[in-house]
Design a protein around this ligand. Structure first.
Ligand code: 13P
Length: 251
């Protein structure tokens, strides 16, 4: 059975002290609660070690937002998957549309990043999603399928079992324009079909597929009630415990 996950992506927000304080506050708020989902927070690199040592990472998973496409060496400013894993982080968000759009990440570099993350025991939260123009011209399925094929179809079924997918329509990110629950369900079902054709139905059924894009406390319940929506990757609404907690509790 696949897991439900609610993951926060802080993006480039919060200094170190604010990040650690948030993590402790969230841990306190979750204490004693029985949750129907796993909880993950995606912090900037420099926060990872401090956040991971401030909380129980078996209760709140810690995630990086990127890692290098190289093992080690003369790559000034880069952070390797091994370095991320050494902090106590268990996840890494890869292929976020902001990385693709602003930092030129391609399917080819993402393929390398995924392999390195897996080799180092990290679970990639792999982001896919179309831009508005692609949706308006009815190309969303084609775009998402090729993002999955190009970066993940080289994996063995055993490797693929460690992948979490996040469908984030780019037009819904930070815009306040959420995909409708029907649009999310339709795409998630298509993604699961695509995975089943390659890795088999059981593997597809076991894959957690998150929705991301202006998800918040008011729409989470409806989005998560769809059979193929297994949680959310939350940006803006993951920055305050009082906004993030009701999304976790929407399950
Ligand atoms: P928002 O929730 O702010 O739209 O961001 C979504 C996102 O990009 C999460 O990775």
């Amino acid at each position: 059975m696949r897991k439900n996950i609610v993951a926060g992506n802080w993006k480039m927000n919060k200094n170190l002290q604010e990040g650690v304080a948030f993590a402790k506050e969230l841990e306190k708020a979750l204490a004693g609660k029985t949750l129907k989902c796993d909880v993950v927070i995606g912090t900037p690199f420099i926060h990872l070690a401090s956040v991971a040592s401030a909380i129980d990472t078996n209760k709140i998973g810690v995630s990086a937002q990127n890692c290098a496409d190289k093992v080690s060496g003369a790559y000034t400013g880069e952070v390797s998957a091994a370095m991320v894993a050494s902090t106590g982080a268990k996840y890494v968000i890869l292929g976020h549309s902001e990385r693709r759009a602003y930092y030129g990440e391609t399917d080819a570099t993402l393929k390398e990043k995924v392999l390195l993350a897996l080799e180092n025991g990290l679970k990639p939260i792999f982001c896919i999603g179309e831009v508005l123009e692609e949706r308006e011209s009815g190309k969303q399925n084609e775009v998402v399928k090729s993002q999955i094929e190009n970066a993940l179809f080289n994996l063995s079924a055993e490797q693929f079992a460690n992948i979490v997918l996040a469908y984030e329509p780019v037009w819904a990110i930070g815009t306040g324009k959420t995909a409708t629950p029907a649009q999310a369900q339709e795409m998630h079902a298509f993604i699961r079909e695509t995975l089943a054709a390659k890795f088999g139905k059981e593997a597809a059924d076991n894959t957690t597929i998150l929705y991301g894009g202006s998800a918040n406390a008011s729409n989470a319940k409806e989005l998560f009630s769809n059979p193929d929506v297994d949680g959310g990757l939350i940006g803006g609404a993951s920055l305050d415990v009082e906004k993030f907690l009701p999304i976790i509790e929407a399950f």
